[in-house]
Design a protein around this ligand. Structure first.
Ligand SMILES: [Zn+2]
Length: 519
C-alpha cells in the first residue's frame, strides 16, 4: 500500500500547477503583472542563497505569516523550495488560505541554480516569536484544534515522560531552532518536512507522540496534520519549548556551531560526508603538528582552515630567511621570531575560532608523553631521524594515528602509521641510519612547493581519519616525483616481529638518538 505521503503527493501533483525554472525566469523577465516569489524553505537554506527578490515564507510558518507577506490574494504566487516537493504542500496551504493563482516551481532552487539562473544571498531575516501577530482567522482555527487535540502543560508532559509509558517527543521547529536546544531525546521532524518525513521518523502510528514547537502554535498545526496522516495519539506541548525552558525543565543543549562557524564551513557542511555532525567532530578534534616548517606549514594552515578545534604545534626553532622559500606560515618581518609564535599568529589570523597551542620545546623522551596525551592524532612534519623515531614510538605507545610525510629534493612521501591497523615506521626501518649515511638537512635542497603538496596530503589524511571517511594511507606509501609529476603507491607490511608494534609486545621504552642534523 502506498504511504500517506505518496498518496498525498500524487493528489497534489494533479491539483497544483507546476512550472519550470525557465518559465519562472520568463515570467520574471517579462515585467508583466506583479508576481510574489515565495521561498518556503527553512531559514538556514534561505540564508545560503535564494531567487532575486524572493520573499521568505517558510513552510512551517505559512499559516502564521502568509497574509503579512502577500497581502493581495489575487496576485500570482510562485512557491519554491529546494527540490520542488515541499513547495507543492506549501502551494496547497496557500490555496486553502484563499490565494487564487498559486504555482510551484518544479525542481526547486536546486534546479534553478543548476540551470544557471541568477540567485542572490539575501539579508538574513530575523526570527520572530511564533505567537506574534497571529491573524484572527488562525486564532479561531487554533481554538478549534485545541478542542480536539490534547495539550499538555510542561509539568504534565514531564510527568508523562517520567512515567515510563511509551511516548516519543517530536520537535517540529526548523534546524536552526533545534540546534540551539531541545527536550532531551527529541526526534527532529521540522514542520516544513512533516508530511515527507513523518512516516519514516515516527514509525508506529499507534504510539503516543508529544509534539512541540517554540510556543505551541506550529505544534498544534503539526499535530493536526499527523492526525490526518493516521497517527492516533498525538499531544501538543502547551506554550512550547519556550515555556518548558522557562519553567526549568531539563533541556539538551547540543555542542553547536556558531552562526559564524556555519558560514565559514558551509562548503563542508553541504557535503553529506562532512555535514554539521562532521564539522562538530572536527571542532572537537585535537591534532598535534610536529614542526612548523615546510610540511607543518601547509598542513597546519589547512587544518586550521578546516576547523580543527585544537591545533598543537611543536617547534623550538626561530624563523630564518632561508625558511621562507617553503615555510608559508612565516613571513619576512617575522625573521628571528619563534616559529611557534609566528605559526600561532598566522593560524589564528586565518581562523580565530580555533585554539592553537604553541609547544615551544624540542620534542624529547622527557616531554613526549605529556604533549602527546593531549591530542588525538599526530601529524609528523619533522625533518630529522631522532624526532621521527620518537614520534613513531610515542604514537605506538599512545595508540595514536601518525600521519607521516617526508621530502627530499624533488621527491615526497606520505603514509599513515596507525598502531594496530598497519605497520609502524620501525616495521620498515627498525633503526636509524648511521649519521654519516643520512643526508645533511642543511645541505639537501628541496623544491619549495614540494612540502606544500606533501603537507596538504598529510592534512587531507588527518581530516579523513578524524571524520572516519574514505580510505587512509594505512599500509600504503604514496610517493610523488615532482620532476616527472608522477604519483606511485607501494604496499607496506607490518613486521610481525617489530620490536615496538608487534601484537602482545610490551613497550620497550624510548631511545634518544643523537641529533646529527639539528636544522
Ligand atoms: Zn612496527
Amino acid at each position: 500500500m502506498a504511504s500517506v505521503k505518496d498518496q498525498w503527493l500524487t493528489k497534489l501533483r494533479s491539483e497544483v500547477r507546476e512550472i519550470s525554472p525557465e518559465e519562472v525566469r520568463k515570467i520574471l523577465d517579462s515585467n508583466g503583472r506583479p508576481v510574489a516569489l515565495v521561498d518556503v524553505r527553512e531559514m538556514d537554506e534561505f540564508r545560503q542563497g535564494s531567487l532575486p527578490g524572493a520573499k521568505h515564507l517558510p513552510r512551517g510558518f505559512i499559516e502564521l505569516r502568509a497574509e503579512e507577506g502577500i497581502p493581495d490574494k489575487s496576485c500570482q504566487v510562485i512557491a519554491f523550495c529546494q527540490s520542488g516537493v515541499r513547495s507543492l504542500f506549501a502551494a496547497q496551504s496557500l490555496r486553502a488560505l484563499g490565494y487564487e493563482n498559486v504555482s510551484s516551481m518544479s525542481g526547486g532552487f536546486g534546479r534553478w541554480k543548476q540551470n544557471g539562473h541568477p540567485f542572490e544571498v539575501p539579508q538574513p531575516p530575523i526570527r520572530r516569536g511564533e505567537g506574534e501577530g497571529i491573524p484572527a482567522r488562525l486564532k479561531s482555527e487554533l481554538e478549534r484544534l485545541r478542542s480536539e487535540i490534547r495539550e499538555l502543560s510542561p509539568a504534565d508532559a514531564r510527568d508523562l515522560l517520567a512515567s515510563g509509558e511509551p511516548v516519543s517527543v517530536a520537535d517540529v521547529r526548523e534546524a536552526d531552532e533545534f540546534r540551539q536546544g531541545r527536550i532531551a531525546g527529541s526526534i527532529h521532524l521540522p514542520r516544513g518536512f512533516l508530511e515527507i518525513q513523518a512516516e519514516g521518523k515516527l514509525l508506529d502510528p499507534t504510539r503516543t507522540y508529544l509534539v512541540y514547537s517554540t510556543e505551541g502554535v506550529r505544534s498544534l498545526l503539526a499535530a493536526d496534520t499527523l492526525r490526518r496522516m493516521g497517527f492516533t495519539r498525538v499531544l501538543s506541548l502547551a506554550g512550547g519549548y519556550a515555556r518548558w525552558e522557562a519553567e526549568g525543565h531539563p533541556v539538551e543543549v547540543p555542542e553547536i556551531l556558531t552562526d559564524r562557524e556555519r558560514e565559514r564551513y558551509m562548503r563542508h557542511i553541504t557535503m553529506d560526508e562532512v555535514g554539521e555532525a562532521g564539522q562538530l567532530i572536527l571542532k572537537k578534534a585535537r591534532i598535534l603538528c610536529i614542526g612548523a616548517g615546510g610540511l607543518g606549514s601547509p598542513a597546519a594552515y589547512y587544518l586550521a582552515a578546516a576547523g580543527v578545534g585544537t591545533l598543537g604545534v611543536v617547534d623550538y626553532d626561530v624563523v630564518d630567511r632561508s625558511n621562507l622559500q617553503r615555510q608559508i606560515l612565516h613571513s619576512d618581518e617575522r625573521i628571528g621570531m619563534l616559529k611557534t609564535e609566528s605559526a600561532k599568529r598566522t593560524l589564528l589570523g586565518l581562523n580565530p575560532d580555533i585554539r592553537v597551542v604553541a609547544h615551544n620545546e624540542r620534542l624529547t623522551s622527557d616531554n613526549v608523553d605529556r604533549i602527546f596525551s593531549q591530542y588525538d592524532l599526530v601529524l609528523d612534519g619533522c625533518d630529522n631521524f631522532p624526532t621521527r623515531y620518537l614520534v613513531n614510538d610515542a604514537c605506538v605507545k599512545h595508540k595514536k594515528p601518525n600521519v607521516h610525510g617526508s621530502i627530499y629534493r624533488f621527491e615526497g612521501q606520505v603514509t599513515v602509521f596507525w598502531p594496530g591497523k598497519g605497520p609502524c615506521y620501525r616495521c620498515l626501518y627498525p633503526e636509524p641510519p648511521p649519521p654519516e649515511m643520512a643526508p645533511s638537512c642543511a645541505e639537501a635542497g628541496v623544491l619549495g612547493v614540494l612540502p606544500g603538496i606533501v603537507g596538504a596530503l598529510e592534512a587531507s589524511e588527518a581530516i579523513k581519519i578524524v571524520l572516519g571517511k574514505g580510505s587512509p594511507l594505512v599500509g600504503r606509501l604514496l610517493t610523488f616525483d615532482a620532476l616527472e609529476t608522477r604519483f606511485r603507491e607501494l604496499k607496506l607490511r607490518r613486521d610481525p616481529h617489530c620490536p615496538y608494534c608487534a601484537d602482545g609486545k610490551d613497550f620497550p621504552g624510548y631511545t634518544d638518538y643523537a641529533f646529527f642534523c639539528g636544522v
